[in-house]
Design a protein around this ligand. Structure first.
Ligand SMILES: *[C@@H]1O[C@H](CO)[C@@H](O)[C@H](O)[C@H]1NC(C)=O
Ligand SMILES: *[C@@H]1O[C@H](CO)[C@@H](O)[C@H](O)[C@H]1NC(C)=O
Length: 578
């Protein structure tokens, strides 16, 4: 449909938008993945700023995920303590396990509108304590496991206005307490590990039950089990070749889920233990795609940071007086698409960190936030809150060194059971922190229900004129694998410079206990940019949707246009359809 315009105004077109859809466009493009990964960005020394967003969320946000298209953040903790600061608005209350006639009328899960902080309590029957979750193809949260009755429960929360939890106890073959749920390339889920169960299983379709023999033994979780575990909530990522990267304790492998075979083991990451209760954090770095993507192997890097010595939990939790060992300061970074050629590159963070999150920012940089500098996960087992978020500016390619930059500190400790999430406007929602069995306020670290927002460096007010705005109505809001789509933006420059432009899509993670399950960012291959002749300050960006589900599982993503290293005012939700 652009052919005619192209002939009339050839000079307005950069790159290849005049080509018909069926012609490959990549060869004539001015951009390649290497360049796109390290774009020019404007400098800012802004360290960010904090605001108290909600003085009392009623429920301490132990688990946190954004629900697509709704402006809602879902937060929940556990039912086991039968208490929160918020009552359910109407009956019925929850029947308490094993105690006939006892009722619990407190809310344990809330939807928070992240624009205006309005709360909606949601009833939950089966315990979600230390559970797992992910968004499905249709943007619904599917949550697995938890404690007690919750441990073999699958629960679903849809994104409609009046939706409530649907709970299916007895769905899983094994109990999944501190397990990791991972999304596969076809949109199915698997759930790995959990206390006492070194196995994995596929999450059954809604309302169905797995037979006991549908749990598959996973020796890797037996082998990586320290006397105090240190391998719960394993870090798991879908590799671009469809295998799963599984990191537990200090070891990592690639698992072929079709054959249940371990197809590669990476070198051990030295420096202590990284998983619960040593609780480091981890993320997959942005996957950079090219327009007309044809590479057989798409490079994919993973970072594992912080954590603690193998004996940190023993000394903090099982020893009197408690001893709080310093947390790890080191980060390992590895290209998991390289197999035999891959090895850890070690870098050092400015400060040690356990119990924190590694969030991938709209720019593709990484933010380390929340947590502590000594001790371990567990009740009252950590000290020295790490109040200073750290920005990791990701640079790729030979000879490049990524840098850590400390941002402005918060004033609220976010210890065990704290969470965070990237919002569509680029701010960071920060919630939770409860190192106590129950809602306890006179502790060294009281149960925390305040919710904050951090505005990171790129929200420097001085950069405001550079911010682009995505024209929602004129942009694709659903995508098909490998096909060409367009997003329109206002602002930036009269003609956007491809060397300064990124289109990044982000699959929102389920965050709990320092793990951000399924967090994934893709730098989309951009074919080119052209002007909207009717609207002089509007540019039309043509891009290729990710080639397949192993690169980007189907479902909802936030799309950020980043120009000059500055994210657009607000991401839009795009739906990759299977
Ligand atoms: C939870 O499990 C107990 C047995 O452990 C059972 O008696 C109780 O009814 C269950 N609660 C619910 C809500 O199903
Ligand atoms: C890896 O962890 C195990 C304990 O699970 C430990 O015995 C071993 O020494 C660690 N390896 C390295 C290189 O740190």
């Amino acid at each position: 449909m652009w052919g005619g315009l192209c002939v009339i105004f050839p000079l307005l077109f950069v790159s290849v938008d005049c080509l018909p859809l069926d012609k490959p466009a990549g060869d004539v493009n001015i951009r390649n993945g290497g360049i796109a990964a390290n774009i020019a960005s404007v400098d800012t020394n802004y360290k960010g700023s904090w605001e108290l967003f909600a003085p009392d969320a009623g429920v301490s946000g132990m688990h946190l995920i954004l629900l697509p298209t709704t402006n809602k953040a879902l937060m929940f903790d556990s039912t086991v303590w039968k208490v929160s600061k918020l009552k359910l608005p109407k009956p019925p209350c929850r029947k308490v396990e094993d105690t006939p006639n006892e009722e619990d009328c407190f809310a344990h899960s809330i939807l928070m509108d992240y624009e205006n902080s309005r709360l909606k309590p949601l009833r939950l029957n089966y315990d979600t304590w230390c559970s797992s979750g992910a968004l499905d193809i249709n943007g619904r949260l599917v949550s697995t496991g938890g404690y007690n009755n919750g441990s073999d429960t699958v629960r679903v929360l849809d994104i409609c206005q009046d939706c409530v939890w649907q709970e299916y106890p007895g769905s899983l073959a094994n109990g999944r307490w501190y397990a990791t749920q991972v999304t596969l390339g076809d949109g199915r889920f698997m759930v790995f590990g959990g206390r006492g169960f070194p196995t994995y299983e596929f999450v059954p379709p809604e309302g169905q039950r797995n037979a006991k023999n549908q749990a598959i033994d996973f020796k890797f979780l037996v082998e990586t089990h320290d006397p105090v575990e240190n391998n719960l909530y394993p870090f798991i990522y879908l590799n671009t070749d469809g295998t799963l990267f599984v990191f537990a304790n200090n070891r990592s492998i690639l698992l072929d889920t079709n054959t249940n075979m371990i197809v590669h083991e990476f070198p051990v990451l030295p420096g202590g233990s990284r998983n619960y209760p040593a609780s480091g954090c981890s993320c997959m770095l942005p996957i950079t795609l090219q327009p007309d993507e044809k590479r057989a192997v798409i490079p994919t890097e993973v970072m594992i940071c912080g954590g603690a010595a193998h004996e940190a939990f023993t000394l903090a939790d099982l020893t009197r007086p408690k001893v709080f060992l310093p947390a790890s300061k080191d980060c390992g970074r590895i290209d998991i698409s390289k197999r035999n050629k891959a090895n850890w590159k070690i870098q050092t963070m400015p400060t040690p960190r356990i119990l924190g999150d590694a969030l991938v920012l709209p720019t593709g940089d990484v933010l380390f936030i929340n947590g502590a500098k000594s001790g371990s996960a567990g009740w009252d087992d950590a000290r020295d809150p790490n109040m200073v978020p750290v920005l990791y500016r990701v640079v790729t390619g030979p000879g490049h060194t990524s840098k850590f930059v400390e941002l402005a500190p918060t004033t609220i400790p976010r210890m065990y059971h704290s969470t965070s999430a990237v919002l569509p406007d680029g701010k960071i929602l920060v919630a939770g922190s409860n190192t106590n069995p129950g809602y306890i306020y006179d502790a060294l670290f009281p149960t925390e229900t305040r919710v904050e927002k951090l505005s990171p460096h790129y929200l420097d007010p001085a950069l405001d004129p550079l911010r682009t705005e995505i024209l929602f109505d004129k942009s694709a809001n659903w995508l098909l694998y490998g096909q060409r789509f367009e997003v329109q933006v206002r602002g930036g420059d009269p003609i956007l410079d491809m060397q300064k432009l990124q289109v990044n899509i982000y699959y929102p993670p389920f965050t709990t206990h320092g793990i951000s399950m399924n967090q994934r960012m893709l730098r989309i291959g951009v074919y080119g940019v052209r002007k909207d002749v009717a609207e002089p300050d509007v540019n039309i960006i043509a891009f290729q949707a990710p080639p397949n589900g192993n690169i980007a599982p189907p479902g909802f993503y936030m799309m950020f246009v980043v120009y000059n290293g500055v994210p657009c005012r607000r991401a839009i939700w795009v739906h990759i359809k299977a």
